[in-house]
Design a binder for this molecule. Structure first.
Ligand code: G6P
Length: 597
């Protein structure tokens, strides 16, 4: 059960894993392994060598201490009276460690988690007040973020939990109960879930699941029934989740479009935004991490052009610490697939602290960002498993396009006729994306030919530049090839010195107004020996005069071109990575959902 649950959480990290299991009153047994979960599965013969009826498990993305068996969770106190797993970062662990060292504790790992376990042990033994009070005392002392699941030797058949910032849920079963950091881990056993709140604790036994506040009082919580299906998260015949998810892009785009285009017109009232509110915003800030940030880069052009509203795009990790000067009537848009990214969530809270309204563009229903935002636009991409996002990125782009059209209408800058045209173009995108995917063999051929390159540069202007940023990220994260995206006109201010004979340049040019300009920049690098791959819209055949190899995407309204150009870029990265023998779905050092800062 633990191994199976962990396999659904590998997107959160996969550099080491471990389980702690108790069989009735017997002592706990801990097994850990460095590497993927499969190593632990082998080591325990699929769990058979550690039978029991109560246990905790963890799959890790290293923050403190290298990925090793020693640093893997669960961690235990010296006499095994306390054993725990932890997500998050205990920021003041050094100070707490010193306190414990002064009290005779020793440490076997480099982790902040071991400190948390020993701190619980310390209070548990010092005050003899039981698990809940011991954990509560620790919560007061620990800074940072945590989702902790703890077992105590004196309390067989019970698991305790505590949460600050890091996500955590309880699953309510029949004669069994669960704690997990995300729903998929327990979906096989139950659909009844309680979201554990910030600074709350929990205690579960086979019969009972209670949420407890810092005073030690049991609190009533709402039970949520999960309606989505676990099967959506299976590979379904594809070699990798990434390819399966690329194939799901037309569907993700279509479903997302239909959630806001009703009876031929745009309607995003489902987000909670009213026409009046949309009219009143003076500016938009878009905040996200990784690919979600790249969506913001595209959206900036689309929103400014269609809705005539000033837009700023920020990385969540920067936004949260630099005290941005937000106008009271600004709208902050937080884009996040998981809805749990720590930096994005903190950015949301910063905006709310300044009294500014927040719209979440989120994929995971009920996630923290969805719960805390004032308005929510749900992208309907379904569960995304591959670490490198594809369909969620595309659905987020659509979410932003729809927001642009809705704002444009509310602000009176888009005529009905124009809105109709834009919506009809948007509705044609799923079919166009499908056509690009059908033609994937050409991209595969090209990728195989160039899989051994060391560097690749992506060039484009405006919207094409924004799409390049995503294409470049895809390439480097799954193929481990050094790659950079450059605004085509900027290359000559430094980076062009890196271009030499055979350097791969991928130029994206779909915008009519600046097509010739980008082509000129491509010529500049070709003169210096680069190999040029061009991506453009059908009809722009003059690209062949410059580029060595050209990929065409169907024509569309230029505002929506990134939805099309990103598909060959995703496929290119995929095939290069496969050719290089890399685990495409789980590239090294990454995690899909980054719930630590
Ligand atoms: C991680 C993932 C990226 C993702 C980013 C933001 O770094 O590897 O693919 O874009 O987090 O995630 P979010 O869930 O907030 O969209």
């Amino acid at each position: 059960m633990l191994l199976e649950g962990l396999s659904k959480l590998e997107y959160r990290g996969y550099d080491s894993a471990g389980i702690a299991v108790r069989d009735g009153e017997k002592d706990v047994r801990v097994v850990k392994a460095r590497g993927r979960l499969s190593v632990l599965e082998e080591k325990t013969d699929g769990g058979r060598t550690v039978p029991g009826n109560c246990g905790i498990g963890h799959t890790r993305w290293a923050t403190h201490g290298e990925p090793s068996e020693n640093n893997a969770h669960p961690h235990v106190s010296e006499d095994s009276s306390v054993v725990a797993v932890h997500n998050g970062i205990i920021e003041n662990y050094q100070e707490l460690k010193e306190k414990l060292l002064r009290n005779g504790y020793t440490f076997y790992s480099d982790t902040d988690t071991e400190v948390a376990v020993k701190l619980i042990d310390y209070y548990y033994k010092k005050y003899k007040v039981g698990p809940i009070d011991a954990i509560a005392k620790c919560m007061v002392r620990m800074r940072g973020s945590y989702a902790l699941a703890v077992m105590f030797r004196d309390y067989p058949g019970e698991i305790y939990a505590a949460r600050k910032e890091s996500p955590m849920i309880l699953g309510l079963g029949d004669g069994e109960n669960f704690i997990a950091s995300d729903v998929p881990a327990i979906l096989k056993h139950t659909r009844r879930v309680i979201y554990v709140g910030n600074l709350e604790m929990a205690r579960i036994t086979p019969e009972k699941a209670e949420i407890i506040d810092l005073n030690g009082d049991v609190i009533e919580k709402e039970v949520t029934e999960i309606t989505w299906d676990a099967e959506a998260a299976e590979k379904g015949g594809f070699e990798h989740f990434m390819m399966k998810e690329i194939y799901e892009e037309p569907r993700a785009i279509e479903d997302t479009l239909h959630s806001a285009i009703k009876e031929g017109t745009i309607d995003i009232s489902g987000t909670g935004l009213t026409e009046e509110e949309m009219k009143s915003f003076s500016s938009v800030w878009i905040v996200g991490c990784g690919s979600a940030y790249h969506v913001g880069m595209v959206a900036q052009y689309v929103l400014e052009d269609l809705a005539k509203i000033p837009v700023r795009v920020e990385l969540a990790s920067e936004f949260r610490y630099r005290q941005p000067l937000l106008a009271k009537d600004a709208l902050v848009v937080i884009i996040s697939q998981s809805g749990e990214t720590a930096d994005s969530l903190a950015a949301l809270r910063e905006a709310k602290r300044q009294g500014v309204k927040v719209l979440g563009i989120v994929n995971v229903v009920g996630s923290a960002i969805a719960r805390e935002a004032d308005y929510v636009f749900y992208t309907l991409a379904g569960p995304e498993i591959a670490v490198a996002t594809t369909k969620a990125y595309s659905a987020q782009l659509i979410g932003c396009d729809l927001l642009a059209v809705a704002l444009g209408r509310a602000r009176g800058v888009l005529e009905e006729e124009k809105i109709k045209e834009l919506l009809s173009d948007l509705l044609s995108l799923p079919g166009k994306v499908e056509r690009i995917i059908e033609d994937k063999e050409r991209i595969q051929w090209f990728a195989n030919k160039f899989a051994n390159i060391n560097d690749v540069f992506f060039l484009g202007r405006g919207l094409d530049y924004a799409a390049c940023m995503e294409g470049s990220l895809k390439m480097k994260e799954i193929s481990y090839i050094h790659s950079e995206a450059y605004a085509a006109g900027e290359l000559k201010h430094g980076t062009i010195s890196l271009v030499e004979k055979g350097t791969m340049i991928i130029g994206v040019a779909t915008q009519k107004r600046i097509f010739e300009k980008t082509i000129s920049n491509m010529v500049e690098v070709k003169t210096r020996g680069a190999y040029l791959c061009g991506i453009t819209s059908a009809g722009n055949y003059s690209m062949e005069d410059t580029a060595d190899f050209v990929l065409y995407v169907p024509k569309s309204d230029e505002h929506f071109s990134a939805t099309l150009t990103v598909i060959p870029l995703q496929l290119l990265a995929y095939y290069v990575a496969v050719n290089r023998g890399i685990d495409v779905d789980k590239p090294r050092n990454l995690a899909k959902s980054v719930t630590v800062e």
